[in-house]
Design a protein around this ligand. Structure first.
Ligand SMILES: [Ca+2]
Length: 308
């Protein structure tokens, strides 16, 4: 008498939390299922998300609110953080060995941190805007808001190759944002959409889409900037995490079988819009709690505001 309701509840849960793409897309889309919901700092303007050695690491954006954070998955609590000078707008984040590497939006500057102390070890330059960042076994992979991805040598940060991302119909997929390299594929948030696109690192062709429409109740979100952005993969536990800018929740999801859905127009590429609006910095208790942690991390003179 105990088991049947349990399986019924499990079935209903799967029905409620699974969805398939409703919007016309070009190419196959996959259903998803929510495995677990975790808390996420709704003041975090998520621009990069990774999972390394049992913890989430996150890069947040906005001038004056940009940071790198190490977080406890279960509670969402920020365990350690580093706040960037207000002139920098944090973007993509990835781990490389014992380092963290973070992009900035329009400063053409990347930062290399010691992953354990959050000390800034060095910086590097790149052309264009910095959006998303991930890596495969040998190279960093970077997005810049266009339909192109570039591969960088992880030591020299020189561009070694580029791919052009195109959908099944051959149309470019613009606005590629947060990235995650997962089992030989590049997953990318498409900015201002509920879609994640799966990309072949070799050809740039779209292998499929994940439509996360409905994963969060939009009434929980404030402002048009609060869009899906943030993909992290726990390779040991084979767990996939997603969240969004200013979202109060972070989801572990499973991606189901690929179903060929409505063949429609290619990805709706909007006209260029401002990526963010200045928001007042909330006087949150956690900021004060962790201010002592921040104070330990000194901004090197060579890249600090005085260097400008
Ligand atoms: Ca990521």
């Amino acid at each position: 008498m105990f088991r049947r309701p349990f399986f019924l509840a499990l079935f209903l849960y799967a029905v409620v939390t699974s969805t398939t793409a409703k919007a016309p897309v070009s190419g196959p889309a996959a259903a998803y299922q929510i495995v677990h919901v975790y808390p996420h700092d709704s003041q975090a303007f998520t621009q990069g998300l990774i999972y390394v050695d049992g913890h989430l690491y996150e890069s947040t954006g906005l001038n004056g609110r940009s940071s790198v954070r190490m977080e406890d998955l279960a509670s969402g609590r920020v365990l350690q953080h580093y706040d960037l000078p207000a002139e920098y707008f944090g973007e993509g984040l990835t781990a490389w060995g014992s380092n963290l590497i973070q992009l900035t939006w329009k400063s053409h500057k990347g930062l290399v941190y010691d992953r354990f102390s959050f000390s800034v070890l060095r910086t590097f330059q790149y052309e264009g805007e910095g959006w998303g960042l991930t890596h495969d076994d040998r190279q960093l992979i970077m997005s810049d808001g266009t339909s192109h991805l570039r591969f960088l040598d992880p030591k020299s940060f020189r561009v070694t190759r580029r791919i052009h991302v195109t959908d099944e119909a051959g149309h470019p997929v613009e606005n590629l944002n947060e990235l995650e390299y997962i089992r030989g594929e590049i997953y990318a948030n498409v900015w201002e959409t509920d879609k994640i696109v799966r990309i072949s690192p070799r050809t740039g062709r779209v292998l499929g889409w994940i439509d996360l429409s409905g994963i969060i109740d939009k009434s929980e979100l404030e402002g048009s900037d609060a869009v899906l952005n943030g993909i992290a993969y726990d390779s040991t536990g084979a767990r996939l995490f997603v969240t969004g800018k200013l979202w109060p929740k972070l989801f572990e999801i499973k991606v189901g079988a690929i179903a060929r859905l409505v063949r429609g127009t290619s990805w709706p590429v909007g006209s260029p819009q401002p990526r963010w609006s200045p928001l007042p910095r909330a006087d949150r208790p956690q900021d004060r709690v962790h201010s002592a942690t921040s104070a330990r991390h000194r901004w090197p003179r060579a890249i600090g505001p005085q260097a400008r």
